[in-house]
Design a protein around this ligand. Structure first.
Ligand SMILES: [Fe+2]
Ligand SMILES: [Fe+2]
Length: 210
């Protein structure tokens, strides 16, 4: 038995989307709101999966993420930037070959284009510090010279990513950043579903006040 059935929540009845009715989609839309509201908790839980995962590094991946966010916070970066720093390696679990893309995709609806670009490209910029040790070209990031977010991304890897492997450094706990995750992930700035969600919420408010 699935969760919805267990909790007696209404469910759509189609077996092919082609046959979905307005009532079916009302069920789905009603379930979406509470599920979407729990996104910050799911993000936090996924971050916790990085705990104890060293991958050969001097600190585990959660500590690295926390240290990156701590450095950004202490440098006076705004909340959205700090959350980007916190999540920049969240993709290490599933995106073994494209971890920066995973973080960027999660953040994209909620952050500025500049922050999204910075996180998406941090892996190639960070390569300056180690690609040459692995027989790779360390200057690959230079292909982006002149890009509007080039300097921002350089600064991110230099100030908040590359130095965040210090096992002795002070690291703020995940609980410190949780309210920031809540706020940044509260509402998407852009999403394929944004208009539909807005209309649905307006309809619900109308029904409640009628
Ligand atoms: Fe990374
Ligand atoms: Fe990193």
């Amino acid at each position: 038995m699935n969760n919805n059935a267990e909790q007696n929540q209404p469910q759509a009845t189609f077996s092919h989307m082609e046959n979905g009715s307005p009532e079916d989609w009302q069920c789905i839309a009603e379930a979406f709101g509470p599920f979407a509201q729990q996104l910050p908790q799911r993000i936090t839980e996924h971050l916790k999966m990085l705990d104890g995962d060293f991958g050969g590094f001097p600190v585990d991946r959660l500590t690295h993420c926390l240290q990156s966010a701590t450095l950004a916070h202490k440098a006076g970066k705004d909340e959205e930037y700090v959350v980007c720093a916190l999540l920049h390696d969240i993709g290490d679990t599933l995106g073994s070959y494209n971890h920066a893309d995973v973080a960027a995709v999660l953040l994209e609806p909620f952050v500025s284009e500049a922050n999204h670009w910075m996180i998406k490209h941090h892996a190639i910029f960070q390569g300056y510090y180690f690609f040459h040790h692995l027989g790779m070209e360390r200057d690959q990031y230079k292909q982006f010279e002149g890009h509007p977010h080039y300097e921002r991304t350089l600064e991110f890897v230099r100030e908040f990513d590359a130095p965040a492997f210090d096992a002795e450094a002070e690291v703020l706990p995940l609980s410190f950043f949780e309210p920031m995750i809540q706020r940044v992930f509260a509402q998407p700035k852009k999403s394929l579903y944004k208009e539909a969600v807005k209309k649905f919420e307006a309809n619900q408010t109308e029904k409640e006040t009628a």
